[in-house]
Unconditional design. Sequence first.
Length: 281
Amino acid sequence: TAPDLAERLGDPVASHVVIGTPALALCEVYGWNRECRVVAASGDNPCSLAGLGLSRPGEIAISLGTSDTLFGVLSDPKPSGREGHLLVNPVDPDRYMAMICYKNGSLTREAVRRDVGAPDWARFGELVARTPPGNGGRIGFYIREPEITPPLPQTGTFRFGPDGAPVDAFPPEAEARAVLEGTFFSMRLHASAIGLEPVRILATGGASVDPALLRVMADLFGVPVATGQVPDSAALGAAFRALHGWRCAEAGAFVPYAELGPAPGLSARSLAPDPDAHRVY
């Protein structure tokens, strides 16, 4: 992809490895310590995994923003070629990180909220609560933007009744529940396809404060859901990774990331799934 790229990049190394010290010119300009250690870099989503303290297979994060992102730790990845991304785990050389991205996130949910006449998310949650888990067999797909997972170039709203036949509209309360259930059904399906089987979920992002959404998430996945209080998990994870690299260099061997201590900012409480609701899903 570029001339002399291999020479510029150097040899691949584990994420915790110290790869050198800052260039002298940078130390002179910025006043850095010449003995400062530079740890191998990583991307924003892998650093978010580190910042949220996800270290064991089955621990996943669901970030609910303009786009939705699901990522977690894997020991037995299943590359599909069509969905998701498999990455080097930034804190454990023996495991992997899987990530799935969705284009239709909070903006799509907000559009449905307006369509059903709910002036705010509290009223939207009241609509959701009027319908049972499983929505009486109704399923909806809300594709305002061409979707990433699964790859869908066409846009529109696609509703199906309890008999599986297409329908033109749902009652407002069914529409409110359908947009939430459709999102998490898709996440559960595609996460399983690449080997992610959650045992605990950490919900982050702006929509993670919505109790109706968290209830559907916990019941549909059937695992406890905690909320994250860290607004900049990628920056925090980069700092933790720097500390991890320093600890490994001092020890002369790999130090388990969990030994750095618990990630700050996690809610002490989690929302348990309703077993009866999960059986419906």
